[in-house]
Write a protein that binds this ligand. Sequence first.
Ligand code: AGP
Length: 590
Amino acid sequence: MCGIAGYIGDKSASKILFEMLKRLEYRGYDSAGIACLSDDSVVVFKNKGTVDKVMKESGYEAITSKIGIAHTRWATHGEPSKENAHPHCDSKGEFIVAHNGIIENYRDLKAELMERGHRFESQTDTEVIPHLISELYVDSFEEAFREAVKRLRGSFAVVVLSAKEPDRILIARKDSPLIVGLGDSEKFIASDTPAVLPYTKRVLILDDFDYGIVTKDHVTIKDLQTGEEITKKVHEIEWDIKQAEKEGFTHFMLKEIFEESEAVKNAVKALPDIEKIAKKLKNYKRIYFLGCGTASHAGFVGKYLLERFSIPSELVLGSEFRYSTVNTIDKDCAIIAVSQSGETADTLASVKDARERGAYVVSIVNVVGSTLTRVSDDIIYTYSGPEIAVASTKAYVGQLTSITLLSLYLAKELQRISADYLDEIIDDIHSLPDKIGQILGNEEEVKGLAEKLFDKKIFFYIGRRLNYPTALEGALKIKEIAYVHAEAYPAGELKHGPLALLEEGVPVVAINPNDDLLEKMDSNIQEAKARNASIIVVGENGALKTPVIDPILSPILYIVPLHLLAYHIAVLRKLDPDKPRNLAKSVTVE
Ligand code: AGP
């Protein structure tokens, strides 16, 4: 996620902003920038690259100013570049903005402002904010700011400077976090606590639709709709910096599992692109899902989903594609490449070969501007935010959401499902964040189960159809972070050999949605039980209990308890889930 910093007081704003940005680096970013007001002039510097590099380039030490804002950008709209880095200014350079979030109606606002003569320099959604403030400004910075923010749709934490009123920073929040650290005759604005902790433990936390006026001596918070002042409680931060970076979670992996509800919401934001791409996909005779590791499991779910709608497709592993499948690729093929990082060498090489043979390539990616986005015909971003832990969790949930939506819209384009059915399922998808929240609320039960299982030497994961990939992903997680051997099988395969491995107490995780194969799964579970295996059912009545959901959405919901189980087993085995041995976050070698 982007990181926002703001300072107003009696010290060197540029030096403090540099320190604050350094403590926001862990959030993941690709660019950085700073803006300071000194006397009646504005200094703005930004670029792609690290905080150290950009701040050195800016000559920040020579900037004499007591008020400023700064930003680390995690690209969502517009690739990482100097032009797309924040802060952004209006055409006259009178309003300077840094923002975290996604302005969903930026296209309409940008068109309206361009008709009124505004000229834009970036591809970002954020740049509409300073232009909108400038368009609405008459004689009050606060009024123009408030009216502009009221027109924004989507998510935002926003900080704004203006030389017109150089004694204040204006702030506002909806969905993206924003806090104000309270110092004596100085204030520290930030996306979250690590950036303010060295200066103060007293913070105000903005709520959705709050906006504020921050001077060095006062913070006034108001309701965006009514304009009325709101009294906010002052919070005392108890965390140290390391804890704060993980927002109180012990590991980034656990924090990212708890962001899986948001991952569904964020993936849905790409729906306009998904609908357009589904219309293109219907023209292709053969469809291949392509990916590695966890991303391949997401693609595998996609294969099963399309089959559910009588649309044939294949899953091909990135490491295999070029040595076999590629021989079948031609201009009648569509490749759906899946990758969190967009930098996996095997996936990239496969995509390049496929395109050389005339295939259409759409990539489902998390990292904006990554290499894969540059070698694809179209892109579906998952907007999951930076995934710091090596093991992929929230990005997988984002990928599954994107793939499920793409499969549904393709099925509709090919008249395999009705518009009514599509509407029903879309409603169900909107219910997923709450249902994931229910599962996360049962973390203690999952932890209790992990305490019974953490010393086991082997695990089996079984599932059928589109939950066979769920079994694969559950097994991969426990292998990669707990170093426990785990086998994943289509449940019907157990009796063809693997059953010989089952004996007293061997854990068998059975992914068991309430669908037309429930009885088949129950038979497989009985087969395992008859060998005295320890059965752990993931389902509406399982030990890993899941809320009721349409079975075609079960891969998205059912992976959540398996992520938690693997995480807690790793911790009980005294391992660091964030940095598993032998693994890299992005495998950029073949
Ligand atoms: C994720 O838990 C794994 N560490 C790994 O399998 C990963 O999914 C794979 O390397 C593909 O990465 P990508 O999604 O960035 O292409």
